[in-house]
Design a protein around this ligand. Structure first.
Ligand code: EPZ
Length: 421
């Protein structure tokens, strides 16, 4: 992607359905036996198609178009997952809980690490083991088996999003009351809980730290709407900030963006908030440095750390960012420095000294959110920026070229046989 920077973005974009809500809800369809799950507002993204291919491999039939997806699940399912699909997307581990609960078996190649950390799934396995699954690791794959899971009191050492989702889905199909302590509280968890309730499980306490589930063996066909994507919406707001433009994101639940709104207020550029939109207006404005720490929801989201760091590269003053969720989510810092960012990494903390201007450069995206942040840097920088590694970006940002162009960005895609995507 070539970006000609320095143009203020102006206008309004509609928020896509949340990738990280749609993926677990899709996996939850596996809990049905000869049933259909209908999803509305599913974003058209690479990760969504990867998950659909995985579910088809297991035996589901899927139709997807115009944001609507139907997943028809047969009586018999396969329970071995193919390495090529699982290695391509870590969220594939979300079929583990449903398969063990439904088939009593699952084989899942251990997902590898990625650019933002080692990404183990030990919490997922511990939870399923506590419910009565036998877990073995053989040739790099998880082999799980059970003669029937039992309801259990589950505890999470860390409020892991994926582990909470796997336990929630396994418990929904397991008769009796299960409790998940120290559960993740992200809005995506509540979206999954709504899906499970509409299938006939009783789920209470989602969004708080303790979730109570009364499961049942016969979950039935259901329909569920996917919530708006808070990370996509926040990314466009920060594009408006960095280009000193005026950007509104609509069809969003402002409460999901509370941490970002507070931090922008602290930085001296308070956003405008209505009941279904958030907007920034930064023409001629400057912002001061802030201190922030990424935390599980409702704390500041780690998935927004590269994007807010990009904005703070242009603050008047110094900022301190502490990444507390992943063990190494600073791969993008080296690329930011190539564009003039003044950033000093000290362990899991980063000190950002604001500069008056960034300059265009050739940069490479290492993961989804770092790629998005590099596009923001290019939009704000003087001169041209070339961003490579866009395959990461298409995983999470629906119709990005269309949306950015509608806001006035001067960007185009170039055929480049040197980049792998
Ligand atoms: C989800 O990943 C999201 N992905 C991630 O978004 C997001 O960054 C992350 O939650 C944190 O909010 C999806 O929802 C598909 P975690 P997940 O389990 O579930 C450690 C994006 O950009 N951990 O909450 O994998 C883990 O290593 C992606 O859309 C264990 O140690 O995140 C990490 O340090 C990137 N053992 C921390 O917990 C486990 O068994 C949080 O991970 C599980 C996790």
């Amino acid at each position: 992607m070539i970006i000609r920077g320095g143009r203020p973005l102006k206008g309004s974009v509609v928020t896509q359905g949340a990738k990280n809500a749609a993926l677990p809800v899709m996996a939850s369809a596996l809990l049905l036996r000869g049933g259909r799950l209908t999803l509305e507002r599913v974003p058209d993204l690479r990760d969504i198609h990867t998950m659909a291919d995985l579910l088809r491999h297991l035996g589901a039939e899927i139709a997807f178009g115009g944001g609507r997806m139907t997943i028809d699940v047969p009586d018999e399912l396969k329970w071995e997952t193919p390495a090529n699909l699982v290695r391509g997307m870590r969220a594939s581990s979300l079929v583990l809980g449903p398969l063990v609960a439904r088939c009593g078996r699952a084989v899942l190649p251990l997902p590898g690490g990625c650019a933002i950390g080692s990404r183990p799934i030990d919490f997922h396995l511990k939870g399923l083991a506590r419910m009565g699954a036998e877990i073995d690791l053989e040739q790099g794959s998880v082999h799980a088996r059970t003669n029937g899971l039992s309801a259990a009191r589950l505890y999470l050492d860390f409020p892991s999003v994926g582990a909470t989702e796997n336990m929630l889905m396994a418990a929904a199909l397991t008769p009796g009351e299960s409790v998940i302590e120290n559960a993740a509280r992200e809005p995506e968890i509540s979206n999954l809980a709504r899906a499970l309730r509409s299938m006939g499980a009783s789920v209470e306490g989602d969004g708080a730290g303790t979730i109570r589930v009364a499961g049942t063996r016969d979950l039935r066909s259901a329909a569920v709407e996917i919530i708006p994507d808070r990370i996509e919406a926040s990314t466009y707001l920060l594009a408006g900030v960095m280009t000193r433009g005026e950007v509104t994101v609509t069809d969003i639940e402002p409460e999901y963006l509370q941490a970002l709104v507070f931090k922008l207020e602290e930085a001296g550029i308070p956003p405008g908030v209505s009941d279904d939109s958030v907007s920034v207006s930064c023409a001629g404005r400057s912002w001061n440095g802030i201190t922030l720490k990424t935390l599980p929801y409702p704390g500041f989201p780690t998935d927004l750390q590269p994007q807010i760091m990009a904005a703070l590269c242009m603050a008047e003053g110094t900022s301190v960012i502490h990444e507390s969720v992943f063990d190494s989510r600073y791969v993008h810092v080296a690329e930011f420095k190539r564009m003039g960012g003044k950033i000093d990494i000290q362990g899991n903390t980063v000190v950002v000294t604001g500069v008056r201007k960034l300059t265009g450069a050739e940069v490479h995206a290492s993961d989804l959110r770092a790629g998005a942040a590099l596009i923001l840097m290019g939009l704000a920088a003087e001169g041209d920026t070339v961003v490579r590694g866009l395959k990461h970006v298409w995983r999470g940002y629906e119709r990005l070229m269309e949306k950015m162009t509608s806001l006035g960005a001067d960007i185009e895609l170039m055929r480049d046989d040197r980049s792998e995507d």
